[in-house]
Design a protein around this ligand. Structure first.
Ligand code: GLV
Length: 326
């Protein structure tokens, strides 16, 4: 009997590629860049499972072209705004993702960004590398203190909570805003639930950990940035479109806020001529928050197992639409 067919849209850890190829007929897209849409649509024809990335748009058109034998969509990421979940559910296709394993790694990365921007680490490192360091100067590279600051977390999910936990060691006051108040978490950590405007007005550091959906698109725009303190910092480790990029540029340029650190941009990758790239008070890294060896290995494992379970109509380890999980 021929093996089920799967498409894997990028290289993952080799052990898990081996595992997939032992259990399925594998079509692996080996390029560094995502498959262009027309190639992706061509490759999904007749597959039983797809292992995809957040750079692959998985919409009704793709599901139609794939065909009714498609049994699983396995995303190697926790976020899934690239996938039309309602449509997958309607077609009884379980969609897997990789939550939990990346929570702490992403929280660590949030703190790396936050500390880096607050103390101008990346900017001053460039200064040294460019041979500009002439002397110690009392007024050079002054930054913002993190200890004793007020940290405002928007989105108190798994990652937001881990970010909050790390703030205790810095004696921060923690505020948070979420659509749901988390009394269960408030029992574990000293943090205060506030409305969005209060959080923006009172925080020294605002850190974004919300999902991207219609309600959170441009959640932080011109009006919200204007509410923030002039010496405040915005950190975005959620999704680029949660922030209105043009408004952010103006706010940084006009010193409405002091600085921003972005793991995510809109679009991704950021355009070469995006004016944010010209600003010293904007630190940008290429969506690397979950990029530790251990975490990406685990993400490879879970997404591979979800894929193989799905093609065999077995329960996915983690499923975004559990009502259609096997
Ligand atoms: C990364 O952004 C993810 O959603 O895992």
């Amino acid at each position: 009997m021929s093996k089920p067919k799967v498409l894997v849209t990028r290289k993952i850890f080799p052990e898990w590629i081996d595992y997939i190829s032992k259990n399925a007929e594998l079509d692996l897209w080996e390029d560094e860049l995502p498959p262009p849409r027309d190639i992706l649509l061509n490759k999904v024809k007749g597959v039983d499972g797809i292992l995809c990335l957040l750079t692959d748009k998985i919409d009704p058109e793709l599901m139609d072209i794939a065909g009714s034998q498609l049994k699983v969509i396995s995303q190697i990421a926790v976020g899934f705004d690239n996938i039309n979940i309602d449509e997958a559910t309607k077609r009884k296709i379980p969609v897997g993702n990789t939550p939990d394993v990346l929570t702490s790694t992403t929280a660590d990365a949030t703190w790396s960004l936050l500390m880096s921007i607050a103390r101008r680490i990346s900017e001053s490192e460039r200064f040294v590398h460019n041979n500009k360091w002439k002397t110690w100067h009392p007024l050079h590279f002054l930054g913002q203190d993190i200890y004793n600051s007020t940290l405002g977390i928007i989105g108190m999910g798994r990652i937001g909570y881990e970010v909050a936990k790390r703030a205790i060691g810095f004696d921060c006051k923690i505020l948070y805003y979420d659509v749901n108040r988390r009394l269960d978490l408030e029992e574990k950590l000293p943090m205060q639930y506030v409305d969005l405007n209060t959080l923006l007005k009172e925080s020294d550091i605002v850190s974004l950990h919300t999902v991207l959906n219609d309600d959170t698109y441009h959640l932080i725009g011109e009006n919200e940035l204007k509410l923030m303190k002039n010496n405040s910092i915005l950190v975005n480790v959620s999704r680029g479109p949660v922030v209105d990029t043009k408004a952010l540029y103006r706010a940084l340029k006009d010193k409405i806020i002091w600085a921003a650190a972005l793991d995510v941009t809109d679009p991704e990758p950021i355009l070469k001529d995006d004016p944010l790239l010209q600003l010293d008070n904007c630190l940008i890294v290429p969506h690397i928050a979950s990029a530790s060896y251990k975490t990406r290995y685990e993400m490879s494992r879970i997404s591979a197992q979800n894929l193989i379970n799905g093609i065999n109509k077995k329960t996915l380890l983690t499923c975004i639409n559990p009502e259609v999980n096997y």
